[in-house]
Ligand binder design. Structure first.
Ligand code: NAD
Length: 475
C-alpha cells in the first residue's frame, strides 16, 4: 500500500479487475469474451506546456477508453494529484460496467490531469483546460460521436463550459458540437438537474433499497430512511447533495461528516447546508459550531451508524480498517472507496454494500439525457408542457362540474402541472435507479453463488456487454 494506506492507481485497477473476476467466476462466460470485456481499448497520454505567470509549466494528462461496444464512450475528467494512467484505466472500466448496469448506451472512458487545481487562478485553469481540450480533440479522444467527458473530482460546470467552447472553435461545422461534453452550465447547453444528479441518484437508490423489507432486514435494519443515522465522507458535489436530500427530504440524520482536515460529529444531526457554507468559506470543517470536531477523520469511518456514504476518495476502506466498520449498509458514492480485500472482510462481517458501479450512476444517467437534449437541440418538455397543463385543467374542470365541488388545491396543482425539464430529468433518473436496483436484487436472490450486490451488478453488466460482443462479433 502507498502512503496513508490509500491504494495506488495500479492497486485500484487490480481491485476492480478482481471484483469483476468474482462475477465472471459465477457466470457461464466465454473466457475470450471475458478478457475482451476487461481489457482497456486505448489510452492517450499527453504532456503539454502552458505559460503560467510568465514561466512555462508542463502538464501531463490521460484519457482512457475502456470500451467502444457502444459509442460515444463516456466518463468524467478529474483534476487531482492522485491521477495516473492506472487510476484513469480503473475509472474507465467502472464506467463501462456502470453504463451497462443502468442501461445507458455508452462505452466507458475516463480522463485526468495531474494537477492541484487549488494552486492556480481561474484564468490559469482556463488556459490549462483549453490546451488539454485541444490535445484530446486533435488526437481523437473528444467528440460528440466517440468520446464525451463530464465533471469529476476537481472539475465542474466551469471546466465543462471551457471544453465545449474550445471544441466549438476547433470544429464549428459540427452541428452537434455542444454534445462533446456533459455537465455544462444550463446557459451553455447543460440540462437542469445535472449538477445534483449523482447525489440525487444516491437518494433514489437508498429509497428503492428501503422498499425491499427483506433486504433491509438482512442488513440489520427496519423501516424507512427516516431517522436512520448516516455518516458521509467528503462534502463535495456528491456528498453534499446526497446528504442534503437524505436529511431534508427523507428525514435521515447525518451524524458525522468527514472532510480532508477532520470530521464533525453530532448525534443530533448536522445541518448539511450550514456545514457546506462553512466548508466553502474556511476550506475545512475545523471550527464549525454545529458539532464536535475530530482531527482524525478516518477514525470516524469506524463509528456506529446505519448507513455509511464514502463520497470522497478511492480505497478508504481497506484490509486494515474494514474489520472495524460498524455500518449496516455502505453506499459507495465515490468510485472505488472499498478495496478488494476490504470488500471481502465487509462481506464476511455481513456489511451490505450498494456498489459504486450502481449507486453513483445518477451522474451518467443525467449526462445521457443532456447528450440527447444536445443532439435534438430541444429542451425536454418544451413541446408538451403547456399541452399537458391544458389537459390537466380540463380534467379539473370536468371533476368540478360532475361533483359540484371544487377539486382541492393540492390535487388541482398536481393534475394541472405540465412537466418541465427538471421534472422529466428527475423522473427519468428515479426510474433508472429503481429499475437497476430491482434487477440487482433479483439477480442476487436468484443464484446462491452470487454473494453480494456488487457481484450481482457485475453479472448484469457483463451479460449485457457480452451480448453486444456476441451479437455483433469481434472485428
Ligand atoms: P468533489 O471534488 O466535489 O468532492 C470531493 C470532496 O472530498 C471535497 O469536499 C474534498 O474536500 C473531500 N476530501 C478530499 N480528501 C478527503 C479526505 N481525505 N477525507 C475526506 N474528504 C476528503 O468530488 P465529487 O465530484 O463529489 O466526487 C467524489 C467522488 O464521487 C469521486 O470518487 C468521484 O469519482 C465520484 N463520482 C462523482 C460523480 C459526479 O457527478 N461528480 C459521479 C460519479 C462518481
Amino acid at each position: 500500500m502507498s502512503k496513508n494506506s490509500l491504494p495506488s492507481g495500479l492497486e485500484f485497477r487490480q481491485s476492480v479487475d478482481h471484483m469483476v473476476d468474482r462475477a465472471i467466476a459465477v457466470m457461464d462466460l466465454d473466457k475470450g469474451i471475458a478478457n475482451a470485456i476487461k481489457a482497456c481499448t486505448s489510452v492517450l497520454q499527453v504532456t503539454f506546456p502552458v505559460e503560467i505567470k510568465g514561466k512555462i509549466e508542463m502538464f501531463t494528462g490521460w484519457r482512457a477508453v475502456h470500451s467502444i461496444h457502444r459509442l460515444p464512450s463516456k466518463g468524467g475528467i478529474r483534476y487531482a494529484h492522485s491521477v495516473d494512467q492506472h487510476e484513469v484505466e480503473a475509472l474507465a472500466a467502472l464506467m463501462t460496467y456502470k453504463c451497462a448496469i443502468v442501461d445507458v448506451p455508452f462505452g466507458g472512458s475516463k480522463g485526468g490531469l495531474y494537477i492541484d487545481p487549488n494552486q492556480y487562478t481561474r484564468d490559469e485553469l482556463q488556459d490549462i483546460t483549453r490546451r488539454f481540450t485541444r490535445e484530446l480533440a486533435k488526437k481523437g479522444f473528444l467528440s460528440p460521436a466517440t468520446n464525451v467527458p463530464a465533471p469529476d473530482v476537481g472539475t465542474g460546470q466551469r471546466e465543462m463550459a471551457w471544453i465545449a467552447d474550445t471544441y466549438k472553435h476547433l470544429y464549428p461545422e459540427d452541428v452537434n458540437h455542444v454534445a462533446c461534453v456533459t455537465g455544462k452550465p444550463v446557459e451553455h447547453g447543460g440540462i437542469r438537474g445535472r449538477t445534483e444528479a449523482t447525489g440525487r441518484g444516491i437518494q433514489f437508490a437508498l429509497q428503492e433499497f428501503f422498499r425491499h423489507p427483506e433486504e433491509v432486514k438482512a442488513a440489520g435494519m427496519s423501516g424507512s430512511i427516516e431517522g436512520k443515522q448516516i455518516i458521509i465522507q467528503g462534502l463535495g458535489n456528491v456528498g453534499y447533495h446526497s446528504g442534503k436530500f437524505l436529511s431534508e427530504e427523507d428525514g435521515a440524520k447525518i451524524i458525522a461528516v468527514i472532510e480532508h482536515d477532520g470530521a464533525i460529529v453530532n448525534p443530533d444531526g448536522i445541518h448539511i447546508e450550514e456545514l457546506r457554507f462553512y466548508l466553502n468559506d474556511h476550506q475545512g470543517v475545523k471550527g464549525f459550531a454545529g458539532g464536535k470536531y475530530i482531527e482524525d477523520g478516518s477514525s470516524v469511518l469506524e463509528m456506529k451508524c446505519d448507513i455509511l456514504i464514502p463520497a470522497a476518495l478511492e480505497g478508504v476502506i481497506h484490509k486494515d480498517n474494514a474489520g472495524n466498520i460498524k455500518a449496516n449498509l455502505i453506499a459507495e458514492a465515490a468510485n472505488g472507496p472499498i478495496t478488494f480485500e476490504g470488500d471481502r472482510i465487509l462481506r464476511s462481517n455481513g456489511v451490505k454494500v450498494l456498489p459504486d458501479a450502481y449507486v453513483n450512476a445518477g451522474g451518467v444517467v443525467v449526462s445521457y439525457f443532456e447528450w440527447i437534449r444536445n443532439l435534438t437541440h430541444l429542451r425536454f418538455g418544451r413541446l408538451e408542457r403547456r399541452f399537458d397543463e391544458a389537459k390537466g385543467n380540463c380534467i379539473v374542470h370536468a371533476l368540478n362540474e360532475m361533483t359540484g365541488k371544487n377539486v382541492p388545491e393540492h390535487i388541482k396543482h398536481n393534475l394541472a402541472h405540465g412537466a418541465d425539464e427538471f421534472d422529466l430529468v428527475r423522473s427519468g433518473l428515479d426510474d433508472s435507479m429503481r429499475l437497476s436496483l430491482q434487477e440487482i436484487i433479483d439477480t442476487y436472490n436468484r443464484d446462491e453463488k452470487i454473494e453480494d450486490y456488487r457481484t450481482a451488478a457485475y453479472v448484469i453488466a457483463l451479460s449485457k456487454v457480452s451480448r453486444s460482443y456476441l451479437d455483433i462479433g469481434i472485428f
